[in-house]
Structures are given as structure tokens and as C-alpha cells.
Write a protein that binds this ligand. Structure first.
Ligand code: NAP
Length: 278
């Protein structure tokens, strides 16, 4: 597995992590499927994707509980990122949400604590004050945001006095490249890691299509003996500030996604993909 520095923190994280939207359930707790979910996460960890992204809202907390089962006995070797929901961004609520996530994750610290979505009715300075208290108490190691625009990212950075903003988690894939306009160059300049979510467009990329863009993806995939999903993930992590967190509950998908790292396509093929999916 390849690694990249998280922001300018000195901490290295794998370029591929494990998403968990759907692990333990989606918008409600799904009881009974835990063994399969734990097996998928553990396989991902065995394949060196030692970075799990979850959130307090996923499966109403059950996703964090399933993550706890998967990392048991190897907590120190896994980078765990979770998120506080936008309705919980007032000072006391951030502290309370973090304590609840720590309990569900059965851990004494969270590696990366992210604001899941901005909430314009709560000043980001208030949220960041609570985040910095959590860092000081050793309950979280790094502070990140998610779904923040460039302006909101800058405000979040300015609201921090003792820490630097480590990351912004946003949608980014071959079929959704909107962040390339402004957020991606901004993040690169500011040494903020971009965590690409829905990196295979919720499975859509592996299904492909009939037009010239998809034909180009097919061609490049067969040239390197890779799948479409592997090429699409490799294209993302080839960008300096970007790491990606595909979610896979199927063991075959987990294995396939792990094979997206550790190789490089030529500059010409990278550019050809850029043009094909413009
Ligand atoms: N911050 C945010 O607001 C936000 C929003 C969305 C997502 N996220 C995070 O990002 C993670 C990933 O995004 P996502 O779950 O929306 O989408 P995704 O990772 O692009 O796609 C997941 C879907 O693709 C399938 N899949 C996975 N690997 C595959 C492969 N190699 N070939 C074919 N299909 C494959 C999965 O099926 P199986 O599960 O059946 O294997 C699942 O249905 C989430 O799980 C979550 O942690 C964050």
C-alpha cells in the first residue's frame, strides 16, 4: 500500500481507505448482518487499507459499532475517521457526540474527527473551539471537515488557533469532477488532504456505459489488466492531495479495490482519461 501525509501533520495514511455507508445499515440500524460486514472490513485491513471512514449518523451509530468489532485487537494499527453531524456543531454537542462515538468505537481516541456537513447557523469558530479542546484532551488526533466549499474551508482554517485543518472529505470521481475547479487546487496549495468519497460513483463506474468516455476507460483497463473501478481509483490517487475511501461489503469488491494502488498508468493514459471524462 502507498501512503500520503495527512495534511501537514506528519501522520501517514494509506491512499485507499474503507468507506462504511451501508456497513451496519444505511439510515437505520440493520441488525443481523454484522458478521459479513466485519469480515469485509477485516479483509480490507488485511489488504493494508488500514483507514476506515465512518460517521455518527451512519446506521444511527451502528456503523461505528461494527467498525469497533472489526478493529478489535488491532486498534493501534488502524486510522479511524468519523464525523460529527451538522445538527451537533454547538460546543457542548460536539463534545457529547465525540464521547458517544468513542464509546461506540470502543476506543480512547479518534484519529480524524470531521464536521460532516457545514451548518451556517452555527459559527464554525464555536465548533472548532470544541474540536481543539478534544485534541488537547487526547480524544481526537486530527481535525477535518467534509462537504466544505473553498470559502468554508478557509473559514474553518482561520477558526483554528492551535491545530491546522487536516482534510476535507468531498465527492470526487471520474464522473463527478466539480472540485477540480477550485477546491482541489486550493487544498493542494494549503496542504489539506482531499478524501474522495463515492470514488466509484456508488458502483456506477464499474458498470460503465457505451459512449466514448467509457470505451476509453475500458481500453485503459484492459491495457493494464485492471478493472474499471481499479483504474478510476488509481486516477484519483494519482492526484497529489487525494486519497479515496471506496465502500465495499462484498469480499470480491474489497480485493478488487485494494488492487487499485501500487501501480501507475502512463502520463498519456492519465491525460486521455482526463479528456474522456471532461
Ligand atoms: N462525507 C460525506 O458526506 C459522504 C457522502 C457519501 C459517502 N461518504 C463516504 O464515502 C464512502 C464511499 O462512498 P459511497 O459508499 O457513497 O460510494 P462508492 O464507494 O463509490 O460505491 C460503493 C458501492 O459500489 C460497490 N462497489 C464497491 N467496490 C466495487 C467494485 N470494485 N466493483 C463494483 N462495485 C463496487 C459497493 O457494493 P458492495 O458494498 O456490495 O460491495 C457499493 O454498492 C462511504 O461509504 C462513506 O464512508 C461520505
Amino acid at each position: 500500500m502507498e501512503f500520503k501525509e495527512l495534511g501537514n501533520s506528519g501522520t501517514k495514511i494509506p491512499v485507499l481507505g474503507l468507506g462504511t455507508w451501508g456497513i451496519g445499515g444505511f439510515s437505520s440500524r440493520h441488525l443481523g448482518g454484522e458478521d459479513d460486514d466485519v469480515r469485509a472490513l477485516k479483509l480490507g485491513l488485511d489488504l493494508e487499507m488500514r483507514f476506515i471512514d465512518t460517521a455518527e449518523i451512519y446506521a444511527r451509530g451502528h456503523s461505528e459499532e461494527v467498525v469497533a468489532q472489526a478493529v478489535k485487537s488491532q486498534r493501534e494499527n488502524v486510522f479511524i475517521a468519523t464525523k460529527v453531524s451538522p445538527e451537533n456543531l454547538q460546543y457542548d454537542d460536539v463534545i457529547r457526540s465525540c464521547e458517544s462515538s468513542l464509546k461506540r468505537l470502543e476506543t480512547s481516541f479518534i484519529d480524524l474527527y470531521q464536521i460532516h456537513w457545514p451548518n451556517t447557523s452555527i459559527p464554525v469558530a464555536e465548533t472548532m473551539k470544541a474540536m481543539e479542546r478534544l485534541v488537547a484532551e487526547g480524544k481526537i488526533r486530527h481535525i477535518g471537515v467534509s462537504n466544505f466549499s473553498v470559502r468554508q474551508t478557509r473559514e474553518a482554517q482561520e477558526a483554528l488557533s492551535k491545530s491546522t485543518l487536516a482534510s476535507n472529505q468531498v465527492e470526487f470521481s471520474l464522473v463527478d469532477r466539480s472540485i477540480e475547479e477550485d477546491l482541489l487546487p486550493y487544498a493542494e496549495k494549503q496542504h489539506i488532504t482531499v478524501i474522495a468519497y463515492s470514488p466509484i460513483a456508488r458502483g456506477q463506474i464499474s458498470k460503465g456505459g457505451r459512449n466514448e468516455s467509457w470505451q476509453m476507460l475500458d481500453q485503459i483497463a484492459s491495457k493494464y489488466s485492471k478493472t474499471k473501478a481499479q483504474v478510476a481509483l488509481n486516477w484519483l490517487i494519482a492526484k497529489k492531495p487525494v486519497v479515496a475511501i471506496p465502500k465495499a461489503a462484498s469480499l470480491d469488491h474489497v480485493r478488487e479495490n485494494a488492487g487499485a494502488a501500487g501501480w501507475q498508468m502512463s502520463q498519456a493514459d492519465y491525460e486521455a482519461l482526463n479528456q474522456a471524462f471532461k
